[in-house]
Each structure stands twice: as structure tokens, then as C-alpha cells.
Design a protein around this ligand. Structure first.
Ligand SMILES: O=C(O)CCC(=O)C(=O)O
Length: 211
């Protein structure tokens, strides 16, 4: 269950940007093990973008926003274990489970990064769960991308949950440094409300806006 903050956390750690939350030990060890068994059966493929092929490999479930078609496409229903994970995250966040309409499983072989980006504006709230090994996730303000002192780093432990909503979702970019070990993540996304989409209109401005 979510990590209880210690006194050291409260006094030593700088506050996270608004809308970014981190919860260690969100999953139990046996829940992680069962999902890793599922991941071993999934047909991962390199993530393709218009201009390049990323090194990380992905499998998508639920609904996906297809930028070339400017449309939502239904891909495949979530396997039961992934649906159970979505239920757990949704209950924790107080969100209807079906609002997390998109589920992405990503495999990072050792040395695989994900570059600076914001998720597509068609997606809204984001929840990510980490598996198998640690990684360093970094955040930088969208309007201050060259100031290294503004970068906020978060070490993501296996079985942890992070949440990106509000400011961190729209006013910050994020990325993951090359992973040391094999890592998997599950990312659940809601569909952005019209107000959120209008609020950003950032497509084409982020070097890697679509994920
Ligand atoms: O692997 C993660 O936790 C982050 C994934 C991500 O940022 C993305 O797919 O856009």
C-alpha cells in the first residue's frame, strides 16, 4: 500500500510540482510477479513514430488516439490481470475504472531511455506503475527547458505508482534516463476533457509530443 512519509521525507525532500504524486509499494511482490508473467507473453513491438522508431517496446490495450487519423481507435480489451490493476489504480484515485480508457505496457531493455516529452493532449490524467527495476524519471518546466536547475528527478522503484495530473501534466515535460536493468511500466490514461485539450494546444511544439 502507499508509502507513509517519514520525517526525513517531509523535511529533506523538495516538494514535488503540483499534480505529481509518488506512492512506493503500491503493489505487493506477488502482484508484481503475476504481472511480470503476463508481460512475458505479450507481443511487444518497438514504438513507431512518424519520424523514428523508439528503442522501447510497447503493447497497447483499450483505446488509443491515432494522430494520423485524428481519431480514437479501439485496440484490444485489457487482459484480466491488467484490468485488475486498472481497477486498483482507479479505486485508489477515485476514478471510474473505464475512464482510464488507454493502457500501455512498455518494456525498457537495459540502456533504454524515453526522451523529453508531454503526452498527447488528447490524453488527460496519467497513472504509471513500475516493474522489475528502478529508473530515474525527470521533469522539466515546459517553458524553461534549458535551465538544468529546474529539473526535478524522481527515483521510481518497482511496484510504485506515480500520478501526473494538473500542472505536471500540462506545464512540464518528462523523460526517463537510460534504464540500468530491464524495466516494465504500465501507463493508464484518461481522455482529456475539452477544457484540458484547449488549455494546451501543444501538438507540434514538443519535440516528442506524442507517446
Ligand atoms: O515508463 C514510464 O513510466 C513512462 C512512460 C511515458 O512517459 C510514456 O509512455 O509517455
Amino acid at each position: 500500500m502507499p508509502h507513509a512519509l517519514t520525517t526525513a521525507d517531509l523535511f529533506d525532500a523538495p516538494p514535488l510540482p503540483r499534480g505529481l504524486e509518488y506512492h512506493a509499494d503500491f503493489l505487493a511482490v506477488d502482484e508484481e510477479a503475476a504481472l511480470l508473467e503476463l508481460f512475458a507473453t505479450l507481443p511487444f513491438r518497438e514504438a513507431l513514430f512518424r519520424e523514428y522508431t523508439a528503442r522501447r517496446r510497447v503493447v497497447r490495450f483499450g483505446f488509443h488516439y491515432e494522430p494520423d487519423e485524428h481519431a480514437w481507435r479501439e485496440i484490444a480489451p485489457l487482459p484480466p490481470l491488467l484490468a485488475a490493476l486498472r481497477r486498483k489504480v482507479a479505486a485508489f484515485r477515485g476514478v471510474d475504472e473505464h475512464d482510464y480508457l488507454h493502457a500501455l505496457v512498455t518494456e525498457y531493455r537495459p540502456g533504454t531511455p524515453i526522451g523529453w516529452h508531454r503526452d498527447r493532449p488528447q490524453y488527460g490524467r496519467v497513472a504509471g506503475i513500475s516493474f522489475a527495476s528502478d529508473c530515474r524519471m525527470r521533469f522539466r518546466p515546459y517553458d524553461n527547458q534549458h535551465d538544468r536547475s529546474a529539473v526535478v528527478a524522481l527515483e521510481l522503484a518497482p511496484r510504485s505508482l506515480y500520478v501526473m495530473e494538473d500542472d505536471i501534466r500540462w506545464q512540464w515535460q518528462h523523460g526517463i534516463a537510460p534504464t540500468k536493468g530491464l524495466r516494465y511500466s504500465v501507463t493508464f490514461r484518461t481522455r482529456a476533457k475539452a477544457r484540458e485539450e484547449r488549455g494546451t494546444s501543444n501538438e507540434g511544439r514538443d519535440r516528442t509530443s506524442g507517446r
